[in-house]
Design a protein around this ligand. Structure first.
Ligand code: HSE
Length: 307
């Protein structure tokens, strides 16, 4: 196999209360990366057909950084050309960097027939997150690698649990961050009473996923004391938009990943209404974001073409 095209899904990291621990894979948008082994002994990123604003310097690119780490670990100096064919909106909290890093690691694993295990690939891909100004967190990369709903069981060493997810319709109001990362806003400590609530909500998310109870899932993902309070401050009218969504048919709503997109989950028969409410809610703030309708997905990184 000389070249391979890998598809990897966007993800909602944290998925409400699970800061750095939970992620949910989405049916779309997704990224597609074409990868080719070359004789150059270096990593090259070709952005000719790429509409998103991505760096082509491998040291500043999520795929490039993950691949550099991977080649070092396996002690290889093979050259790799990476070409993003389809991208996810960058800087919107939809896991574009995680999908990019996971797809590239998955692709090189195939090209070199390394047979690395998924935890090992997730560990390497998480290094790619550093390029987006973040730390090497594993929630997005795990969701993009494995699909479904993931729980990062351990960071040292990385160990991830994956579960199949029920079909959950999701509406997303896509908003990009103006800042490179919102990571520094996260509080360093938390009051014990809030910790207890957070634990309850995390447990409820897992129970709802396992029992397929989308209504319970909605309640569980709507409360978070770690990311939502700080990230939502950069979203104009967030509290009003959230109330409107919950009053207008959404079962649950929160900030997606590092923001600033808002996601809402709902029953299939309410998705159009909820999408309208999302548009109206932002319009009240004088904002006209792209609103998409998607759903949860059990599909992780996969080969979609090769030669
Ligand atoms: N868990 C990460 C965070 C996801 O909240 O910062 C963002 O990429």
């Amino acid at each position: 196999m000389k070249s391979v095209t890998i598809r990897a899904p966007s993800t909602i990291a944290n998925f409400g209360p699970g800061f750095d621990i939970f992620a949910l894979a989405l049916e779309h948008p997704y990224i597609e990366l074409k990868m080719e082994l070359t004789e150059t002994r270096s990593i090259a990123i070709r952005l000719d057909g790429c509409r998103e604003d991505m760096p082509d310097d491998p040291e500043k690119n999520c795929a490039g950084l993950a691949l550099m780490d991977m080649l070092k670990r396996i002690n290889s100096n093979t050259g790799v050309l990476v070409e993003p064919l389809k991208t996810i909106r960058v800087g919107a909290g939809l896991g574009s960097s995680g999908a990019c890093a996971s797809a590239s690691v998955y692709g090189l694993n195939r090209l070199l027939q390394l047979n690395l295990g998924s935890d090992q690939m997730i560990e390497i891909a998480s290094q790619g997150e550093i390029a987006s100004g973040s730390v090497a967190h594993a929630d997005n990369v795990a969701g993009a690698m494995l699909g479904g709903f993931v729980i990062v069981k351990s960071y040292n060493p990385i160990s991830v649990l994956r579960m199949d997810v029920p079909d959950v319709p999701i509406v997303i109001g896509i908003m990009r961050k103006t800042q490179r990362t919102t990571r520094s806003f996260i509080p360093k400590a938390m009051d014990l009473s809030l910790v207890k609530e957070q634990l309850s909500m995390c447990s409820l998310v897992i129970h709802a996923i396992l029992s397929g109870d989308v209504e319970e899932l909605g309640k569980a993902i709507s409360k978070d004391h770690i990311s939502e309070p700080v990230r939502s401050q950069s979203i104009p009218g967030y509290v009003k938009i959230k109330k409107k969504l919950l009053d207008g048919g959404a079962l649950g709503c929160n900030v997606s990943g590092g923001g600033l997109s808002i996601f809402a989950i709902c029953d299939q028969n309410r998705v159009q209404d909820v999408a309208e409410v999302m548009k109206d809610g932002f319009a009240d703030q004088g904002i006209d974001p792209e609103v998409i309708i998607t759903r949860s997905s059990n599909q992780g990184a996969q080969v979609v073409a090769s030669d």
